[in-house]
Design a protein around this ligand. Sequence first.
Ligand SMILES: *Cc1c(COP(=O)(O)O)cnc(C)c1O
Length: 435
Amino acid sequence: MNNSFVMKCLTVNEKGNLSMGGCDIADVAAKYGTPAYIMDEDEIRENCRVYTGAMREYYDGKGLVLYASKALSCKYMYRIMREEGMGVDVVSGGELYTAIKAGFPAERIYFHGNNKTGDEIEMALREGVGTIVVDNIFELETLSRFAGDMGKTADVMFRIKPGIDAHTHSFVQTGQIDSKFGVALETGEAEDIVVKAAAMPNINVVGVHCHIGSQIFELAPFELAAEKMMNFIADMKDRHGIVMDRLNLGGGYGIKYTESDTPIDYDKYICAVAKVVRGISESRGVKLPYIVMEPGRSIVAEAGLTVYTVGTVKEIPGIRTYISVDGGMGDNPRYILYQSEYEAARVHDPNAEKTMVATIAGKCCESGDILIDGARLPEIKAGDLIAVLATGAYNYSMASNYNRIPRPPIVMVSGGEAKLAVKRESYDDLILNDL
Ligand SMILES: *Cc1c(COP(=O)(O)O)cnc(C)c1O
């Protein structure tokens, strides 16, 4: 059956219920409670393979795909990434700690962040993190000092602002972009930091990095970024004799949250960008760099949903109907943060006629605690299960305990089996650090 959902891993089973990874969503909800994040493990692995396969095809395997783990960070995810031959990027000591505790090989970890603390830098060096993506001159100096004290040499890349600002359906080429991340190309800031670093004894300059935005649906901004970065690599070689043989092109590939989202095949991005990289490598006479990519959202978003139980259905005549569920902004803060759009489905008989237009609200004490404004659904009554779709990225990882609501579990489904990746927080977990 060709499904009508934004998540391609979702089907309807013989009982008429939503089903994923061979598991009935209603059964999973009954076993683990609601709300719960449910993730299709095979879909996550498949998404990794699209990238690793394209890397083999377009760059002869001379590169590494990193999972940008801020999209969903837990030990189970790092274990999947290790098994899939991926690298990961982390942006904090906490993400690094989780990766290490999950047994992820440190040499395949890239450490990002615009304000790494001294403790985080020391931790990264101690744990043997493969590459540190340096954001600014202060960080470079701190890193150099720590590496010197510890008798280590750090492999570094620099976060460059290529002057391209990409959003969902458009991008702009700006001069010096207003961003807290990285060093600018136009002003010479990027050149300065590379030259300074190349002279530091405990720093090994390996390459440059850029990340131009998120949920991007166009090829052109990626091609343009690759062009600017390759020219910068060539300029550094021509002007200073500094050879950088690694290029990290970041993430940001768009996903389908609603029917109106039209992502391009990830394979196509990689193919198009590879053409640009190869072309400049030839025309400017620089060796083809080792390519690094960092997809986050596109690895996990469409592999996950959140299942909720409906508590009340409140119809305000002539105004709107509120469907209140047993979760909300605590488990999915993306609506209250950026009015992100999602689609929902009733778990039982989801393809029944959609007779209702309603606002799905959470249980927090905020009027803005909304999951979907104007959801189109079949008739919904108290006690029904509903699923909000494509919540695999930036939901659990952005969750909070607002109103002291425990965070939901993450249940992984595959081959008809459901197992916990993260258990539900308990009330005791909530007071663990209270003195
Ligand atoms: C967030 C982030 C990514 C991943 O972005 P997605 O939109 O989730 O693909 C990659 N690289 C860096 C540096 C990031 O900050």
